[in-house]
Design a protein around this ligand. Structure first.
Ligand SMILES: CSC[C@H]1O[C@H](OP(=O)(O)O)[C@H](O)[C@@H]1O
Length: 336
């Protein structure tokens, strides 16, 4: 299984996801600023992976300067890297809480390192639990449509939505994965297809516009996606294009499942309309792999996420269990 994030004790290594699938190279980072830049430029991406990376970024910061002021600045630099995935803020909060009063610690960087490693390992455990809970609500053979990348490249390993798909495959209940390309960053085409091929999973690349066709032709029997932030009422922000798949799934009466660790649930955000949607550079839309596809100065938009209303989500699968609409995250509502 590919590792997107490798902690090397003296530095952090990130698989550069901007150049996959044709080039596999790691970026080496030594500071919080470098880490924030890697998150912002999507060297590393995916809500859980962003959180884990930020945790290590704070270790690097404390190695440089263990003072409370420098640590606070590092937290701010990392928090400003991307606005939507709540895992980023969850990780920063987890590190702050775990460290407590820095001046009372003999070696803040050492304490931070053990916290970050624990956070990293915990995310991997969560993904396997999500996979098992998700597979438990899906009977028989499955043809799954998935959006963006929610696998080892978006997490500590195994994945969230792709973790459920991997579990179905492990149980010999996966017939086909339809991975849509996920314009404009092409996480589906460049990352999910690559991951699936690396791991011998049955996968077909489809365009973003094919979801309705696949449902209309009865070629998919469920849609499984990830999330970057789930509001208190269950509205879920995920990669742009997700909400349209949810609408089509509703029309075709096909299960639309969101898979995410509880670190993606933000109880402080009441509903989807309160979730900040990242607006990314429009060059990601006007260019593909650096090549313009429209005339210069063409007006473009690039919201990186959209919000799927909770009413369109059949189930939210976390490591704690299966939740159904209307959502109550205070307990794992395991379904029969
Ligand atoms: C397992 S969370 C993956 C989640 O993150 C992606 O966004 P991005 O690639 O911009 O970081 C996408 O929304 C995925 O569902």
């Amino acid at each position: 299984m590919v590792e997107a994030i490798i902690w090397k004790n003296t530095h952090l290594e990130l698989l550069d996801q901007r150049v996959l699938p044709f080039e596999s190279r790691y970026e080496t980072l030594h500071t919080a600023v470098e880490t924030a830049n890697a998150i912002r430029s999507m060297v590393v991406r995916g809500a859980p992976a962003i959180g884990v990376t930020a945790a290590y970024g704070l270790v690097l910061a404390l190695r440089q300067d263990p003072s409370p002021a420098a640590f606070a600045e590092a937290c701010d630099v990392l928090a400003e890297s991307r606005p939507t995935a709540v895992n980023l803020f969850d990780a920063i909060e987890y590190m702050k809480t775990g460290l407590g009063d820095l001046e009372a610690l003999a070696n803040p960087a050492e304490k931070a390192e053990s916290l970050a490693i624990a956070y990293h390992q915990d995310d991997l455990q969560k993904n396997h639990a999500i996979g098992k809970h998700g597979a438990s609500v899906l009977d028989g053979q499955r043809n799954v449509l998935t959006h963006c990348n929610t696998g080892s490249l978006a997490t500590s390993g195994w994945g969230t939505a792709l973790g459920i798909i991997r579990q179905l495959h492990r149980e010999n209940r996966l017939n086909m994965i339809y991975a849509d390309e996920t314009r404009p960053f092409l996480q589906g085409a460049r990352l999910t297809v690559w991951e699936c091929r690396q791991d011998g999973l049955p996968v077909k690349l489809v365009t973003d516009g094919m979801g309705g066709y696949l449902m209309n032709e009865d070629m998919v029997d469920c849609v499984i996606v990830g999330a970057d932030r789930i509001a208190a009422n269950g509205d879920a922000a995920n990669k742009i294009g997700t909400s349209m798949l949810a609408m089509a799934a509703k029309f075709h009466d096909i299960p639309f499942i969101v898979a995410a660790p509880t670190t993606t649930i933000d109880r402080r955000t009441p509903s989807g309309k309160d979730i900040p949607i990242e607006q990314r550079p429009t060059t990601e839309v006007s260019h593909v792999r650096g090549q313009a596809i429209v005339e210069e100065d063409t007006a473009c938009m690039n919201p990186a996420f959209d919000v799927t209303p909770a009413s369109l989500i059949s189930a939210i699968i976390t490591e704690e269990g299966v939740f159904r609409y209307p959502y109550d995250f205070s307990k794992a509502a395991k379904q029969a």
